[in-house]
Design a protein. Structure first.
Length: 186
């Protein structure tokens, strides 16, 4: 068991003698760490280190001997605990997505648009890559014909033509899929 701290230990710590600084740390740290843990701090070990950095920097200006040093150390620990709580209140809590815990029974909008046979993805598969790109730039990205032409390295007329053909193909696909339903209804 370590010997009790003395006022001489504090004087040596003020003189920056490593052994005295270590004795102060060994005596104060368990209580400070326990205090921060009991208050629910996120990183009590890190906060304890911050307390000692502050304590060691202020040793020369402390009054009240060992008792004053201990009081100061715990007041710094309390301030770090309050700062930790305030920081966590300002930051939103992050939650990791676990697909096993996702209990939704309906598809998301993305799944229903891209995942179904009648979805956008299956309709776009009937188009050439250039036609797909034109529709994505014009409809999804909401770009003008000129902006789309610049991105694709084509003339505005070529973009218009690709878009017209792509929309014609999509219209035919949709009418073709709706035809059987309409014929059943008649």
């Amino acid at each position: 068991m370590a010997a009790a701290l003395t006022e001489q230990t504090l004087r040596d710590a003020r003189a920056r003698k490593p052994a005295a600084l270590r004795e102060l740390y060994d005596d104060f740290a368990p209580g400070i760490l326990g205090y921060l843990r009991s208050k629910g701090c996120e990183d009590p070990e890190g906060l304890t280190q911050e307390v000692f950095l502050t304590l060691f920097a202020k040793l020369d200006s402390l009054s009240g001997g060992l008792r004053g040093a201990r009081t100061f150390a715990f007041s710094v620990a309390h301030a770090r605990m309050v700062d930790d709580i305030r920081r966590r209140e300002r930051e939103p809590a992050t939650a990791v997505f676990d697909p096993e815990l996702d209990s939704r029974s309906t598809q998301s909008a993305e799944e229903s648009a891209l995942g179904a046979d009648t979805g956008v993805a299956s309709l776009l598969q009937g188009l050439t890559p250039q036609q797909q790109e034109v529709l994505l730039l014009r409809v999804v990205a909401d770009l003008s014909i000129d902006e789309s032409a610049k991105i694709m390295g084509r003339t505005p007329g070529a973009v218009k033509q690709l878009q017209r053909r792509a929309l014609g193909i999509l219209k035919g696909q949709l009418e073709g899929k709706e035809a059987p339903d309409n014929e059943r209804a008649s």
